[in-house]
Design a protein around this ligand. Sequence first.
Ligand SMILES: Nc1ncnc2c1ncn2[C@@H]1O[C@H](COP(=O)(O)OP(=O)(O)O)[C@@H](O)[C@H]1O
Ligand SMILES: [Mg+2]
Length: 262
Amino acid sequence: MNSDAIPPRVRMENITKSYGAVQSLRGVTLEVAPGEVLGLVGDNGAGKSTVSKVLAGAVIPDSGRIEIDGEPVRFEDPGDARKHRIEMVYQDLSLCDTVDVAGNLFFGREPMRRMLGIPMLDHAKMHHDAREMLDGLGIRIPSTRLDVENLSGGQRQAIAISRAVSFDPKVLIMDEPTAALAVAEVEAVLELVQTISRRGVSVILISHRLQDLFLVCDRISVMYEGQNVADRKIGETNLEEIVDLIVGRKFKARSARALAEN
Ligand SMILES: Nc1ncnc2c1ncn2[C@@H]1O[C@H](COP(=O)(O)OP(=O)(O)O)[C@@H](O)[C@H]1O
Ligand SMILES: [Mg+2]
């Protein structure tokens, strides 16, 4: 390799992971450049969530190699990944429903102040900082004092993404962020993805909504039964080809079986 070449932000090589007899990942290789938005697609069970969790430190792979900016890393837990500035927004969002917006954004690291020497939660600062954080990302939520359970799906998604962004990630993984949203809300989340990537953050976006990926991604990687089967620059592919790549082999296998049976 040319010594001047900038290494990819993330390089995952030959990652394998089995759960008992189920081979979830059969040697996945994945690269993301700084500031790139990578769409990760594949049928249910293809291994998208598992490979993402490996990168986020939530799943320990059986074998394989991960490099961040050219340096080999080993993650034992999400804290390790966070130290390397990798954040993931999980499909279930992991928010506390009965806690307000600001409380969710700062959960576990709430700003404190001392009153008569006693440490107290600094509510004013927390709400002020929460408002700044949301405004900076162009997120419209009327009050940071609303409990998260009272927000719409899109607003909840935006809170989970903001929380992840507040850790100043180099890589942000989002697992199906638009799956359960109304059209207008999908647009807001996609705008948020663009805002984040413009800051230089590499984004890995898992989505079944292929039309969304064509709006925001630079590249799409297709997984099939625990492997990557194709990688396409967005300008060099189209929806039809991606659909074929996602289901293709299965259809081919089916038609081959049908032919053999007839
Ligand atoms: N914790 C787990 N225990 C057992 N099997 C799992 C676990 N996580 C994932 N799998 C299996 O691994 C395969 C890939 O799953 P997953 O990564 O969730 O796929 P995707 O996100 O592409 O739908 C599936 O067959 C799934 O059932
Ligand atoms: Mg999944």
